[in-house]
Write a protein that binds this ligand. Structure first.
Ligand code: GDP
Length: 203
């Protein structure tokens, strides 16, 4: 099997405290987008409970290692701190941007960036700020949009996916991006995430 086990490794607070490089897959999104829920859904079959709830306070990069033995491909899942707490100070916001910018630009082993977007709300103003920022970095070809809370959408899945794709093009993406719909509540979509990341991790 591609995934045998998943374990929590560390909560890194700065570039200096990141673990020794392995191929890695990062998850980012605004707070409340459903990131913890989706991570739970992803790792659930591997019988570890995912918990990392420290809203707004410590801005940690939570590292999980997938597989541990020599025979298996090892890689990290990284839960990046959420953005867009309405009430955080400019200082906190600037710190977040600095850390995430350094991370995206310097972490060469980052293979996949999953950007979570709440499908029931569409691309919000905070998401737009993040996308603008992202367009100035060099990780675009590793970018995937992941739609959360699809169960709250009344429109057909394909229509929602297509409209997000078009909107991302309008926002300045130079090519059509991959968009993966999910629902934690209805417990679907995690298989597609594993399928998307597998070839990038194995290459
Ligand atoms: P985080 O702040 O991004 O980690 O978000 P959470 O995973 O804590 O989820 C925020 C809220 O959205 C919680 O109340 C969840 O129950 C809810 N939520 C998460 N995923 C889904 C989903 O797929 N469907 C629905 N309807 N609610 C969800």
């Amino acid at each position: 099997a591609f995934i045998k086990e998943i374990h929590f490794v560390t909560g890194a607070v700065s570039m200096e405290t990141l673990p020794k490089p392995l191929p890695e897959v990062a998850f980012v999104g605004k707070s409340n987008v459903g990131k913890s829920s989706l991570l739970n859904l992803l790792v659930n079959n591997y019988s570890i409970a995912y918990t990392s709830k420290t809203p707004g306070k410590t801005q940690q990069l939570n590292y999980f290692i997938v597989n541990r033995s020599q025979e298996d491909k090892k890689f990290f899942l990284v839960d990046l701190p959420g953005y867009g707490y309405a009430r955080v100070s400019k200082e906190t916001r600037d710190k977040w941007v600095d850390l995430i910018r350094d991370y995206l630009e310097q972490r060469k082993c980052l293979q996949v960036l999953f950007h979570l977007i709440d499908a029931s709300q569409g691309i919000s103003q905070e998401d737009r700020y993040f996308i603008e920022f992202l367009l100035t970095t060099h990780v675009l070809e590793r970018y995937y949009a992941v739609l959360t809370k699809m169960d709250k959408c009344n429109k057909p899945k394909d229509m929602v996916v297509q409209s997000i794709k078009s909107e991302l093009l309008t926002l300045g993406f130079p090519f059509e991006v991959m968009v993966i719909p999910t629902s934690f509540k209805q417990r679907w979509g995690s298989e597609d995430l594993w399928l998307a990341l597998k070839p990038l991790i194995l290459r």
